[in-house]
Design a protein around this ligand. Structure first.
Ligand code: SAM
Ligand code: SF4
Length: 443
């Protein structure tokens, strides 16, 4: 068919995502909103009419990366001024005033509760940028089905926002108050995913286990999801230790589809620092939760987040963090240097630990975790795990990769690369701190 010269070319949007899994999920919602408004996807910023960066404000470093990228994109806009450049998400919410100054070429600044209005905002953006950073206690985007990528695993946001206000953290200010998506909407979404071939659901929320909708709590949502045919594995991140109720533990313990892996951010092993961080638990309480979880769910893997160099953290506090890492013997730990964030409760306290010292402490945490992870992974040698095949391994021709129930990456050779989505029994033959290597047992 001849192209119709009168038909307007479909505008294209290029979207780049920074930060956590929640942001990746939010970008899938943004893509769906833009698609409804008639935009096609651009693979590269050079091909786009609209360029959007979905950003993270959790640490200063995250913001610096985005500012650097914005500088590159501003050159593109200079060459083609008709391009619209927008900043979305947590950094937009956190830095709106400074951004209007530092990046005057931005056409759009939109916070995490404003995505629904993006098409109108873009239409409005002119000489002045369109700014929408209203937080909305009711916005859950429940009626917008995100554009999920293909794959056996899908990340599904079940609640938004956070009410915890840990002293170091900007999330409650940029993502607003907690709100949960109604069970009926969630189940509809997850059933749709199962029909498309998704086998594993990862439920997302900043305090995912604080989920509550009417009488339905997090444990109930896990059980409801487990009843959906086709869904074989259920995971969630990040639960807050203070919200880890009996109902949630019971659901993980009793429901075979809920995988035995718990990401339980501890942040520090010092009671003094935990109190200053306003985390809402003591070391003793955290450890007794770990004991309870391990007693209820034998073989469960536990991972964590650790902040080093929070204001006031002395050597002895830091030693206690290393000590709790050894006591719990985490399967994995993500560690971060404390970054002072404006607006947070800890902002005014200051930043007493030097950058060099934070560097030394984070290196010690990483080194200790390497040793522990290696030890724990080596303990699996000879064991057999069901592995849901995700596709070819990133390295190694002819190797497939997937996760064990404990969320450890397993790689194994197979002549047949068409087995994505199948669960196979893999015997572990060698292990590093990051990967288990094995072979499929004959059926
Ligand atoms: N809601 C989750 C929880 O409470 O465990 C964590 C969400 S946050 C996006 C992920 C991690 O970033 C936190 O667990 C914490 O370790 C880290 N983080 C948050 N604020 C930080 C800050 N100001 N400096 C360094 N790390 C920070
Ligand atoms: Fe931030 Fe604490 Fe909320 Fe996690 S629970 S998002 S660390 S305020």
């Amino acid at each position: 068919m001849e192209p119709n010269p009168h038909q307007a070319r479909q505008p294209k949007v290029y979207l780049e995502t920074y930060g956590c899994q929640m942001n990746v999920a939010d970008s899938q919602t943004v893509s769906a909103i833009m698609r409804r408004a008639g935009y096609a996807n651009a693979e590269r910023p050079e091909d786009a009419d609209v360029i959007l960066l979905n950003t993270c404000a959790i640490r200063e470093h995250a913001e610096e990366r985005v500012l650097g990228r914005l500088g590159d994109l501003a050159r593109l806009k200079h060459a083609r001024p008709e391009i619209k450049l927008g900043l979305l998400g947590c950094m937009a919410q956190h830095n709106r005033a400074a951004l209007a100054r530092k990046a005057a070429y931005l056409d759009l600044i939109a916070g995490p509760d404003s995505y629904r209005r993006l098409p109108e905002l873009l239409a409005r953006a002119g000489f002045d940028p369109a700014v929408d950073v209203r937080l909305d206690r009711a916005e859950t985007y429940a009626d917008i089905s995100p554009e999920y990528p293909d794959g056996v695993r899908a990340y599904v946001t079940i609640m938004r926002g956070c009410d915890k206000f840990c002293a170091f953290c900007v999330v409650p200010y940029v993502r607003g108050r907690e709100r949960s998506i109604a069970p009926a909407d969630l189940m509809r979404e997850i059933r749709g995913l199962a029909e498309r071939g998704v086998r594993e659901i990862v439920m997302l929320g900043q305090t995912v286990n604080a989920y509550r909708s009417g009488d339905t709590d997090f444990g109930a949502i896990l059980k409801m999801t487990a009843r959906i045919d086709g869904i074989e594995r259920i995971r969630f991140t990040s639960p807050h230790p203070a919200e880890m109720t009996e109902s949630a533990i019971e659901a993980i313990a009793s429901e075979p589809k809920v995988m035995p892996h718990l990401h339980l951010p501890v942040q520090s092993g010092s009671d003094r620092i935990l109190a200053a961080m306003e985390r809402g638990y003591t070391v003793k309480e955290y450890l007794s939760l770990v004991d309870k979880v391990r007693a209820a769910i034998p073989g469960i893997a536990i991972s964590t987040d650790i902040i080093v160099g929070f204001h006031g953290e002395e050597d002895r506090d830091f030693e206690e963090t290393l000590a709790i890492m050894r006591t719990v013997s985490y399967d994995q730990a993500f560690s971060f240097k404390y970054s002072v964030r404006e607006n947070t409760r800890a902002y005014r306290l200051g930043d007493s630990v030097s950058e060099e010292e934070k560097g030394r402490r984070i290196a010690a945490v990483i080194a200790l975790q390497e040793t522990i992870s290696l030890e724990r992974n080596r303990a699996t040698l000879g064991q057999v795990f069901p592995v849901l095949i995700e596709g070819p391994a990133r390295r190694g021709i002819g190797l497939l990769a997937g996760k064990t129930p404990q969320f450890k990456t397993a790689i194994f050779p197979t002549g047949d690369t068409t087995r994505t989505g199948e669960t196979v029994a893999v015997r572990v033959e060698s292990a590093t701190g990051h990967t288990l290597t094995g072979s499929i047992l004959a059926a």
